[in-house]
Design a protein. Structure first.
Length: 85
């Protein structure tokens, strides 16, 4: 299976965030993995697939929510611009 363009960057971001107490939600990680890679650095050989990483996040991140701050994908830009009632 060919990796999605942004998977390396998504992995790198997740690793950096985890080192400082944050974690990407599965939705955010999946979204980032589908973005164009740009100038992202290659992180070498991975011992698991990206699908394995998403599955692990779906299972483990909710269990660690009391120890890390989970960053989520969020809504649209238009929704963010709309003031709360």
């Amino acid at each position: 299976m060919t990796p999605a363009p942004g998977e390396a960057a998504a992995r790198q971001l997740d690793a950096v965030l985890l080192s400082v107490g944050f974690a990407c939600s599965t939705a955010l990680l999946d979204h980032l993995g589908r973005l164009p890679a740009g100038d992202a650095l290659d992180l070498g050989v991975h011992r698991h697939t990206y699908a394995d990483l998403l599955a692990a996040h779906a299972e483990l991140v909710p269990l660690a929510a009391d120890r890390v701050t989970v960053l989520d994908l969020g809504g649209t830009l238009a929704a963010a611009r709309t003031p709360a009632p």
